[in-house]
Ligand binder design. Structure first.
Ligand code: ADP
Ligand code: MG
Length: 337
């Protein structure tokens, strides 16, 4: 990717939606089991019946704190839930409860290892809690769309990176590392095929050291391989537009896995289009230092620490040990033999 680019470079920031491991939803007691009969896990709150009130799930909050601590991040002792107004056909409320100006977790970082032996730190902007939408099913009947609300209201962590990523490889390593951390601490199962981990890829191009260009957002890229392909495709597409004198438009795009290309979905909305405002049904979320300390004590040994042990204990290279620690089962097996 670095050859013959006339100094063009891609600038990439990732938004990862990670489904929280929890038996019940973010604001209701309905079950989160995967693969149940459609619409069997929908409480009156999830169906947005008039007058129903959301109640925050304490366990989901603890899971978010645990994740924040594992990403070397600032835990905000006070955070706010906002309504993000948008027409989601499969979210009956007509808005999504999310966090906007004051998320539960602030700045953090993830260290990634590259094939050339270098490591790089990718800064994390924030982690916030939000609800998932349900599912629209278009392929049962040619004329009808069916809606399954089982997923509606399930807790997600949206983890947003700074635009620090500079290649497809770095983006892939970032997602792999994030996934392995989430699996070590058991806050998300990281299963991309089932949609428990979904990635939006934001990408722009620029000449090295120039100001940031206009970004496109590629929605819901669902495998590590697709993340790489979408970036390679989008990098060439944007480069060609600029080189032929055009301008990249800010838009939301889709990645077509069969054709291995991205295509336009809609022009990108701006934050002010969502009419965010604090949800009057939910008080600010206050977290005590004691709770944060308690959760800290439950953290297992994280991949970076394990990696150091392997390098020092077995004389492995940084890259070799990063491959071993990426899956906890592999480390355990290695240490056993
Ligand atoms: P939105 O919800 O509008 O997509 P977010 O703040 O949640 O906004 O996410 C924006 C993402 O886009 C972040 O990951 C950020 O790093 C990335 N980003 C911002 N500006 C650029 C840019 N010029 N080029 C590439 N990525 C960018
Ligand atoms: Mg986005």
């Amino acid at each position: 990717m670095n050859k013959n680019n006339n100094n063009w470079e891609p600038v990439i920031g990732l938004e990862v939606h990670a489904q929280i491991i929890s038996n019940s939803k973010l604001f209701s007691g309905a079950s989160t089991d995967f693969g149940s009969e459609p619409n069997t896990q929908v409480s009156l709150v999830d169906a947005a019946m008039p007058g129903m009130l959301p109640v925050i799930n304490k366990f989901c909050v603890e899971q978010a704190i645990k994740t924040g601590l594992s990403l070397n991040a600032q835990i905000n002792q006070r955070s706010i839930f906002d309504r993000k107004n948008y027409f989601y056909p499969d979210l009956p409320q007509g808005y999504q409860i999310s966090q906007y100006t004051q998320p539960i977790v602030g700045k953090g970082s993830i260290e990634i290892d590259l094939k050339n032996g270098n490591s790089k730190t990718i800064a994390i902007t924030r982690l916030h809690l939000e609800q998932d939408a349900g599912k629209s099913i278009h392929d049962i009947d040619p004329k009808t769309t069916y809606i399954d609300l089982n997923r509606s209201g399930i807790a997600l962590m949206e983890i947003v990176s700074e635009p620090d990523i500079r290649s497809a490889e770095e983006a892939q390593e970032y997602v792999k590392k994030l996934r392995s951390i989430l699996r070590y601490i058991q806050t998300c199962d990281g299963n991309m095929e089932e949609g428990s981990l979904r990635c939006d890829v934001n990408i722009s191009v620029r000449k090295k050291n120039e100001d940031l260009g206009t970004r496109c957002e590629i929605k819901n890229v669902n495998s590590i391989k697709a993340i790489g392909q979408a970036i390679e495709y989008e990098f060439s597409r944007q480069k060609e537009i600029i080189e032929s004198g055009g301008k990249v438009g800010q838009e939301t795009r889709l990645f077509d896995e069969k054709k291995s290309e991205t295509r336009s979905m809609r022009t990108k909305e701006e934050a002010h289009d969502y009419r965010y405002f604090p949800d009057p049904d939910l008080p600010p979320l206050e977290i005590s230092l004691d709770l944060i300390e308690e959760i800290k004590k439950t953290l297992p040994e994280l991949p970076d620490i394990k990696k150091k042990e392997l390098i020092e204990g077995y004389n492995l290279s940084s890259y070799e040990s990063s491959i071993l620690v990426s899956d906890k089962k592999n480390v355990d097996f290695f240490e056993e033999i």
